[in-house]
Design a protein around this ligand. Structure first.
Ligand code: ZN
Length: 428
C-alpha cells in the first residue's frame, strides 16, 4: 500500500514539476486541470485583477513563453526552456542589449550555494531579472549581452480550485494548500499532491464532517479566498490544516495555530507523538506561509501546519536544489499518513459517557478474553481506562492522551462497549 500510494503521489509531482506556475496565469490553470483528473468535483474560480481583498488587490495576470540571455560569444544561457526558475517570477517583458555591468543589476545568485539557481519573484514591484548559479555568474566576461524575456502582464484573473466534500454535518474541516511556485518540489508541489490524495481518500469515505479543500496561490490566494468566504468559514470550520513542505524524508514538523490548542492542533500533536515522536515543534512566531492569513486579526481560524521539513529550514529551500531528488515516494507517503491520521482523529473525536455504575462484569458480556494471552490484560485495562475517563466531559482525544493510546486504535474497544450499552455518546 505504502509503495503504491507513495509512487502515485511521486508520479503526480513529476508530471507537475516542469510547469511554470506563478500566483496567476495559464500554467496555474493547467496545473489545476491536472489535479482535476484526480478530483473531478473540484471547481475552478477566477478572481479578476484589481479585485479588492481586505487590504490587498489581485494583481495583473502574468504569463511567460520564453526567456534567455545571449553572451558576447553567441552562447545562450539562463534559458527558461531548460529551467523555468532562471527568470524572476513576474518579470516584465524585455528585449534589449546591455553591458555586463547593467546585466549584473538584474542577476540573482547565491555565493554560499554556488551550484544552485535561486528562486526569486517580484509580484508587486515591476522589474525584470534572471537567476543564475553563482559559478556561472562568476565566469561572465565584459561585453554586450542580449536579454529576452517574452512575458506578458495583463488585466486577467487569479485562479484557484475548491473542492467541497459534504459530510453528515455542516461543520467543516479545512485543508488549504498552495501551488504557485514553478519547478520546486518540497516547497511547494508536495502540498497540493498530498492534499489531492487526501481528497481522493475523503471522497470515498462516509464522513462525519464536511471538507473544504482549496488549491490556491500563496498569500494573495488565501487573502482573496478569505475575503470571499470568511463569514461562512468562521461559522463552520472546526479544524484546519495548511499543507505545505510535506514531501521530503527528513523531519516531521508542526507549527501551531495562533490559539494553539484547537482541535486541529490537538489531533496533529496526538498523531505526531505516537507516529513520529522525534518531530520538531515550531512556535507560532515562526510562521511564514498561509497560516499567517488563517490566523490573522479578525480571521483567527483553528488552522495549524503539519510538515516534513519546514520552509526556510533546509538548504535547498527556494533554489533549484528543491527538486525531484529531495522529494521521495516515502517522504510524500509519510506526510500523507500523518494528515490522514489527524483527520481520522477529528472524525472519531466524540465525548462519551459510561452508563454503568461501578466496574462492569465483562465476562458475562463476552468482552473479557476467555483465554489469557500476553495482551489480554492490556485489552481489559484499555476498556477499563476508557470507561474510567468517559465521564461526559472529556472528549476522546483527551481520553486517548491520558491513557496514552492512539485514538485510531481505540475504535474497536469503543464500538464493543457501545454495543454492550456500557458507553453512550454525549455529543453527535
Ligand atoms: Zn515558498
Amino acid at each position: 500500500m505504502m509503495n503504491k500510494l507513495g509512487d502515485e503521489m511521486y508520479a503526480l509531482c513529476r508530471e507537475l514539476f516542469p510547469i511554470c506556475r506563478s500566483i496567476t496565469g495559464d500554467d496555474f490553470r493547467q496545473s489545476l486541470a491536472i489535479l482535476k483528473t484526480h478530483i473531478p468535483n473540484m471547481k475552478v474560480f477566477e478572481v479578476p485583477s484589481g479585485t479588492k481583498c481586505f487590504d490587498w488587490e489581485v494583481p495583473r495576470e502574468w504569463n511567460i513563453r520564453n526567456a534567455y540571455i545571449i553572451d558576447p560569444d553567441g552562447n545562450k544561457f539562463c534559458d527558461f526552456k531548460k529551467s523555468n526558475i532562471h527568470v524572476v517570477g513576474y518579470s516584465i517583458p524585455v528585449k534589449n542589449t546591455v553591458s555586463l555591468d547593467e546585466l549584473q543589476e538584474h542577476l540573482y545568485s547565491l555565493p554560499e550555494q554556488p551550484e544552485a539557481i535561486p528562486y526569486i519573484t517580484s509580484y508587486y514591484k515591476e522589474r525584470w531579472g534572471f537567476c543564475i548559479t553563482h559559478r556561472n555568474r562568476a565566469r561572465l566576461k565584459q561585453g554586450e549581452y542580449k536579454v529576452v524575456i517574452d512575458s506578458e502582464l495583463k488585466e486577467g484573473s487569479l485562479t484557484y480550485g475548491e473542492l467541497i466534500i459534504p459530510g453528515q454535518t455542516s461543520q467543516e474541516v479545512f485543508l488549504s494548500t498552495y501551488f504557485c511556485h514553478p519547478s520546486m518540489a518540497n516547497d511547494n508541489l508536495s502540498g497540493p499532491v498530498v492534499t489531492t490524495f487526501l481528497a481522493k481518500w475523503l471522497s470515498y469515505r462516509k464522513n462525519r464532517f464536511t471538507y473544504r479543500i482549496i488549491f490556491i496561490p500563496e498569500t494573495i490566494g488565501s487573502i482573496a479566498y478569505l475575503s470571499k468566504n470568511l463569514s461562512e468559514m468562521k461559522r463552520n470550520i472546526i479544524a484546519g490544516f495548511n499543507v505545505s513542505c510535506i514531501g521530503d524524508d527528513r523531519s516531521y514538523s508542526y507549527l501551531p495555530s495562533r490559539q494553539g490548542n484547537t482541535l486541529a492542533d490537538r489531533a496533529a500533536l496526538h498523531v505526531l507523538k505516537h507516529m513520529h515522536p522525534e518531530y520538531t515543534a515550531y512556535s507560532f512566531l515562526e510562521r511564514g506561509s498561509d497560516e499567517r492569513q488563517y490566523c490573522s486579526p479578525g480571521v483567527d481560524l483553528p488552522v495549524c501546519s503539519v510538515m516534513r521539513t519546514k520552509y526556510g529550514c533546509y538548504p535547498e529551500y527556494h533554489t533549484s536544489l528543491d527538486n525531484l531528488n529531495l522529494v521521495t515516494p516515502a517522504g510524500l507517503y509519510g506526510g500523507y499518513e500523518v494528515l490522514r491520521r489527524s483527520i481520522e482523529c477529528i472524525e472519531l473525536n466524540k465525548t462519551l459517557r459510561a452508563t454503568v455504575s461501578c466496574e462492569p462484569q465483562l465476562g458475562k458480556r463476552g468482552l473479557y478474553p476467555t483465554i489469557s494471552m500476553k495482551n489480554s490484560y492490556v485489552q481489559v485495562w484499555d476498556m477499563m481506562n476508557l470507561l474510567a475517563y468517559s465521564d461526559g466531559s472529556y472528549d476522546l482525544l483527551k481520553v486517548a492522551e491520558i491513557i496514552d493510546t492512539p485514538l485510531w486504535e481505540m475504535s474497536e474497544t469503543i464500538n464493543n462497549l457501545k454495543s454492550e450499552g456500557l458507553l453512550e455518546i454525549v455529543n453527535k
